[in-house]
Design a protein around this ligand. Structure first.
Ligand code: SF4
Ligand code: SF4
Length: 369
């Protein structure tokens, strides 16, 4: 019989909840500030507030992905949504080091999804004495949906847009007011969008993490980073007593008690399994190469500090506030609802052609002078 040494490490779930709530409050604050900013523009500066919160750009992931690509090919940080660029770098940076941890420690949608899942679990456990789990034959194809969405965005941006077209898009009036358009999407939500959001909401109660697990392209990107991240959850089979508490605690339905190392695109480094393990030094996060155990508090602080540090670099380097002036916003506000964006690969190809044409014409004008 194995000698069991009790796990006396303090759980870190409380820190995770504090982090999630703090970021939710931050997003609410950004939402209120942005609402006042839009009111300021709508009333021509009569009421509301003239200060625009740059953090709103965290909700423009496609524009941020384009800015990252633009940076990679031009070496420049585009000035229209620079904080979106740094927030995306922070999300990627945190997930590169600590796996898909952004989803379970920082993302407000992840927090909402988790809370709905917890609520659903309670109902399900009371009624059927177990959590609802989608059967594998459905789970795998559904999980691939988010990768298809990600593949579409990556193909459309990285493989069909020329550098010139990318710059034309990033400089466009549409991109400049993409945050205001997003505001109107929610402030004047259509019946169809409301139905879709309500369906996702209800599904998330009964199917844990429905949006995150099956549809979120952000989650897909971070899930891929899980495979290159230098940290993993490890189980020590010699001291493991096969109690199965880790598997029971895992919100991603990973069979932690059956593996030595968790290698999964669905592991969000939430540390719930590590907290649940009753045996000392049996389940922990460790580095892949040196196989060194990482203290739970170090994981918690590492995730939060890394995210704050990368966004902080954006702030102190002067790349946080965008280059659009208040008079420019006031000029655009009446036309915001008429501005559209390219929605498919064909439109992007047309954008490429128009950009080339425009460039050629400008070149001719200069040489004609
Ligand atoms: S394996 Fe552990 S850390 Fe990963 S998602 Fe499951 S409970 Fe969280
Ligand atoms: S919680 Fe998991 S790793 Fe820990 S003893 Fe039980 S089965 Fe083993």
């Amino acid at each position: 019989m194995k000698k069991v040494i009790k796990n006396t490490d303090k759980p870190v779930q409380i820190y995770r909840t504090i982090s999630q709530i703090a970021f939710v409050l931050l997003c609410i604050w950004i939402g209120v500030e942005f609402h006042l900013f839009v009111k300021y523009l709508e009333t021509g500066g009569v009421s509301g507030s003239p200060s625009r919160p740059p953090g709103v750009e965290g909700f423009l992931p496609i524009s941020a992905l384009m800015s990252v690509y633009y940076f990679l090919i031009s070496g420049e940080i585009h000035s229209v949504h620079p904080s979106g660029f740094f927030i995306l770098l922070a999300v990627i940076g945190v997930s590169l080091v600590f796996g898909k941890s952004f989803c379970s420690w920082i993302c407000p949608v992840g927090f909402l999804s988790e809370s709905l899942g917890d609520f659903g679990d309670k109902i399900w456990l009371r009624l059927f004495k177990r959590r609802l789990k989608i059967p594998r034959f459905l789970d795998y194809p559904l999980r691939s949906l988010k990768y298809l969405l990600l593949a579409f965005f990556v193909y459309a941006i990285f493989f069909t847009m020329t550098e010139l077209a990318l710059k034309v898009f990033l400089d466009s009036d549409y991109n400049k007011v993409a945050d205001i358009k997003m505001y109107y999407f929610f402030a004047e939500i259509s019946r169809f969008s409301l139905i879709v959001i309500s369906v996702l909401f209800v599904l998330s109660i009964f199917i844990r993490n429905f949006w995150c697990r099956y549809l979120c392209p952000y989650g897909a990107l971070l899930g891929i980073l899980n495979f290159v991240s230098p940290t993993r959850i490890k189980r020590e089979p010699l001291s493991c007593i096969d109690c199965g508490l880790c598997t029971k605690a895992c919100p991603s339905f990973i069979k932690v008690d059956k593996v030595k190392t968790v290698i999964s695109d669905e592991c969000s480094s939430c540390m719930s399994c590590v907290d649940a393990c009753p045996v000392k030094d049996t389940l922990f996060m460790s580095t892949v190469i040196r196989k060194k155990k990482i203290n739970k508090i170090t994981v918690a602080l590492g995730i939060i500090m890394l995210f704050i540090s990368i966004t902080g670099i954006g702030m102190i380097s002067g790349n946080w506030h965008n280059s659009i002036s208040t008079p420019q916003y006031l000029h655009h506000i009446d036309n915001v609802k008429n501005l559209g964006h390219p929605t498919g690969v064909r439109e992007i190809k047309e954008l490429n052609e128009k950009s080339e044409e425009r460039n050629l014409n400008e070149g001719k004008k200069i040489s004609g002078k």
